[in-house]
Write a protein that binds this ligand. Structure first.
Ligand SMILES: Nc1ncnc2c1ncn2[C@@H]1O[C@H](COP(=O)(O)OP(=O)(O)O)[C@@H](O)[C@H]1O
Ligand SMILES: [Mg+2]
Length: 336
């Protein structure tokens, strides 16, 4: 998976050191030049060096139009433990913490750690960036952060296997004020009244999930806000056949299947119609997000640029094909 060994072009990125540090001036690797003029690059490069990890990012890349890549933050960005998750999912490292971005802004986030080589930071990051390009409901802020495991271990009990690592990549995103439709009876009551599925957010999320091949939109993976909107929060198992299926089987959960089980035929037909309509925005969103996605994948694979290039190309091709305006309608058997 990710090859995080130090790049052979190490000197081009600055001094390699075993201590985690952020240097504010450094030279930029060749794979980033296409995104900015050299003058911009010199000014503001955040270069995270940590033992075998190297990533780099410049503010200049963000000025080039289109949405930004989500930041990749050093260990020092994890400032303060703020509690465990109210409802624990499968990942037992999920907790709340204060995260500080490159501009010094603080974000109260949910943070979840990935074992080395796990796809989760990549897929969660891509999921957030696509939602951002679609301008659909999402947590306000998202980042990949190098999580200091011993520090976290002072506040919550970590499974034995984490103790082998001084740090690991984690995904974090700001806390969404909302509630689950978790309790089974509540969910079914809601379904019976079918009100939830009349909300355009749910058809939009269902369309998004088909586009990115999200295998796991269970009821814990979106929240209902006070205002009655729905915000997806866990996009871990997107790009399922491309990345996960070879090593992991995830039981499928989708809003489309829930809708078809619960709605009457006319209601379900409307739901699918709304999905088809929402899918028309996917191609444009991908076009908008592609440079940031590419940059993000390259950054996560900076130890192995060739693998990063191939991975970014595969992901963009996968999303491009499924993002075509008629793809989802065809999948659903709608006549276009
Ligand atoms: N951004 C967020 N805002 C509010 N709650 C969150 C957020 N992210 C995670 N949570 C809470 O933490 C739980 C586990 O997070 P999730 O990302 O779904 O991890 P897992 O992969 O373990 O399912 C969620 O079900 C939810 O209760
Ligand atoms: Mg979850």
């Amino acid at each position: 998976m990710f090859d995080r060994s130090t790049s052979t072009k190490g000197e081009a990125y600055g001094d390699i050191s075993n201590d985690c540090q952020v240097t504010d001036r450094c030279r930029i690797g060749a794979n980033l030049r296409q995104y900015a003029e050299p003058d911009d690059l010199a000014e503001s490069c955040h270069h995270v060096l940590c033992g075998h990890h190297t990533w780099q990012q410049t503010k200049a890349q963000c000025r080039l139009g289109g949405p930004d890549m989500i930041p990749i933050l050093p260990e020092t960005a994890w400032r303060e433990f703020r509690g465990t998750a109210a409802s624990q999912g499968a990942n037992l490292t999920t907790h709340q913490a204060l995260i500080v971005d490159h501009h010094g802004r603080e974000h109260r986030c949910y943070v979840k750690a990935a074992p080395p080589g796990n796809w989760m930071p990549l897929t969660e990051g891509i999921g957030w960036m696509l939602s951002d390009a679609l301008e659909s409901p999402r947590p306000e802020f998202a980042a990949v952060v190098l999580l200091p495991l011993p520090k976290l271990g002072r506040y919550m009990k970590l499974d034995q296997h984490w103790l082998r690592y001084p740090n690991t990549l984690a995904f974090c995103c700001s806390a969404v004020p909302g509630k689950h439709l978790l309790a089974r009876w509540k969910w079914w009551t809601r379904l019976r009244t079918a009100r939830a599925f009349q909300h355009p957010d749910l058809a939009r999320i269902a369309a998004f999930d088909m586009w990115v091949e999200n295998r796991d939109r269970n009821t814990g993976n979106f929240l209902r806000t006070k205002e009655g909107n729905y915000v997806p929060i866990d996009n871990e198992f997107i790009l399922y056949s491309l990345l996960w299926a070879a090593t992991l089987t995830v039981a499928p959960h989708s809003l489309k299947d829930e809708a078809s089980a619960v709605l009457k035929s006319a209601g379900y037909s409307n739901f699918e119609g709304a999905m088809v309509l929402a899918s028309k925005l996917h191609e444009g969103a991908l076009r908008k997000a592609a440079p940031a996605l590419q940059q993000f994948v390259h950054a996560l694979f900076s130890g192995n640029p060739a693998q990063g290039l191939a991975m970014a190309a595969d992901i963009l091709q996968f999303l491009g094909q499924r993002g075509q305006p008629d793809w989802l309608a065809n999948e659903l058997g709608h006549i276009v």
